[in-house]
Design a protein around this ligand. Sequence first.
Ligand code: CTP
Length: 399
Amino acid sequence: MTLLGREIILGVGGGISTYKSAELLRRLQDVGFGVSVIPTRASLNFVGSATWEALSGRSVDENLWNNVHEVPHIKKAREANLIVVAPATADLIAKISNGLADDLLTNVISAATCPIVLVPAMHPEMWLSAANQENVATLRRRGLLVIEPDEGRMTGEDFGVGRYPEVSRIITEISEFAKINSDLLGRKVLVTAGGTREAIDPVRFIANHSTGKQGYAVAKAARNRGADVVLIAANSSLDDLPGVRTISVSSTAQMADALDKEFSTCEILIMAAAVADARPKSFSSDKIKKSNYQNIELEANPDLLANISKKRSGNQVLVAFAAETLPLNSERVEAAKAKMKHKGSDLIYLNNVGEGAIFGADETAGLLIDSNGESIECKNQSKDTLADLLLDRALNKLR
Ligand code: CTP
């Protein structure tokens, strides 16, 4: 699966060490990157496109003049979250430091705004040459990471600095440089978002003010930390999140079905959705006339979280939300703790949504209560920040 927020372009230069980038590509995939390879023409003398296509599972092109109508160099530069050039030859380093752009790779690099990493590999004489050292210094000054080559045996009998670095060191340096957080890698995170709707007749329904912003923020944060994310979204008008599998639902019953299918394989469930507590006892297939619209008989919806938590296994963490319209006094906090217990969740985020607060806003304020008795107050912070906090806490409990 392509994890957005984790899209890499692997630029491949031409040298005897080009084959080592096949291993690098694999290790980048292991840390959750979707990798697209752009080789230089010279590099194809060493390793052909078929290798890159097979390993990356994506088509490979080095030609600037293919698919010109799609303006591929700009498109690729915008889609990339990181560019790694390995091996970076003296020629590529010189071109990049001078802003030259005469093939697809160098054009993408000129247009890119994401972090760029160069992995030089060449003979010691070339690495230490005055021109190359000045180019490397220029690139480092501009904020690119130029990894130090290893010292050791070269092609033939030569020995010195210039070897393609160990792949594990490249991965460590890249992760530190680009602040890549992979702490949720390989874990499945299930998120519900939005508000469920209960149809009264073909025209009307019972709904609530939830827009899905908090749930989407959690899904995005989990995706960016390497998780496999499934988002059950109820009636949200927010844009789909690339790299997140979204299941669109409308009613509480549909959300219950989707939860049933996805729950057993998830490790973290975040129930951010505002679930309708009741639905009309009967659905009228014809629009109800206003003369008969004085009373709608309701029946209770099942409590999705309370029900699903009965099916939980030992290695799952559940997070609930509690929306109140009263000040968050000690009585409210005790009620939230009781709610957390009743619903079988490990954490609950209590927030006051009275007077139009929080629904649809970019910021949130509330109290995150842990079943171990701890609580953290969140004072007007972005929903993205809360999303990371919820995931931090959930992951801690999982461990
Ligand atoms: N929830 C649920 N199923 C419901 C209602 C709520 O799974 N039928 C979930 C919500 O997704 C949320 C949590 O339970 O994570 C708390 O929802 P809230 O509306 O605050 O609690 P209620 O159970 O509805 O209790 P009350 O409204 O009486 O306070």
